[in-house]
Write a protein that binds this ligand. Structure first.
Ligand SMILES: Nc1ncnc2c1ncn2[C@@H]1O[C@H](COP(=O)(O)OP(=O)(O)OP(=O)(O)O)[C@@H](O)[C@H]1O
Ligand SMILES: [Mg+2]
Length: 146
């Protein structure tokens, strides 16, 4: 799901962030650049709002991508708005950004027929879960057949 050039771009921009990954090979139908952007925006936030030196945990399993950090998390009030364009929550104070990253994530996910949700991670921190329909290898959509 996340194309490796995108993943490495997040790594390049934030070299000090430890990203702990557990990635199951996953095939989805969609526009790679757009999906990559969505994943990148989640990783960018996790790195930006994380506690200093803490890991960002990324897991891809069963068509579900989860990104979890150990920062302040997102209050219930902010969780209701973080996917809105230009919305910046309490955690954004003093940090760069324009409040567009998650609006783009939602737009990409919706145009791919998927879902995105945000929760408080057990023990604190933010948890984002992105879900997309997977394609079973050998059962690619008819449009891809010759
Ligand atoms: N992992 C996170 N931990 C804590 N707060 C977060 C996290 N991700 C998003 N937020 C909150 O949600 C708001 C919206 O996120 P979004 O990515 O859309 O905007 P941004 O990061 O402020 O700016 P941009 O992505 O445009 O650079 C943020 O301003 C921040 O308050
Ligand atoms: Mg952002």
């Amino acid at each position: 799901m996340p194309s490796s050039p995108r993943r490495s771009s997040a790594r390049r921009r934030r070299p000090n962030v430890v990203i702990a990954e557990e990635l199951e090979p996953t095939l989805v139908e969609g526009v790679p650049d757009r999906l990559g952007r969505a994943v990148d925006n989640l990783l960018d936030n996790a790195a930006k709002y994380n506690a200093d030196g803490a890991a960002v945990e990324v897991r891809l399993r069963g068509g579900e991508l989860s990104v979890r950090d150990h920062g302040p998390g997102i209050s219930a009030e902010d969780r209701a708005h973080v996917f809105d364009r230009f919305y910046r929550g309490a955690t954004a104070r003093g940090r760069p950004g324009s409040g567009l990253g998650l609006a783009i994530v939602r737009q990409v996910v919706e145009t791919h027929g998927g879902t995105i949700r945000v929760a408080e991670a057990p023990g604190g921190g933010a948890l984002f879960v992105l879900r997309l329909a997977t394609v079973v290898a050998g059962e690619e959509p008819a449009s891809a057949a010759t």
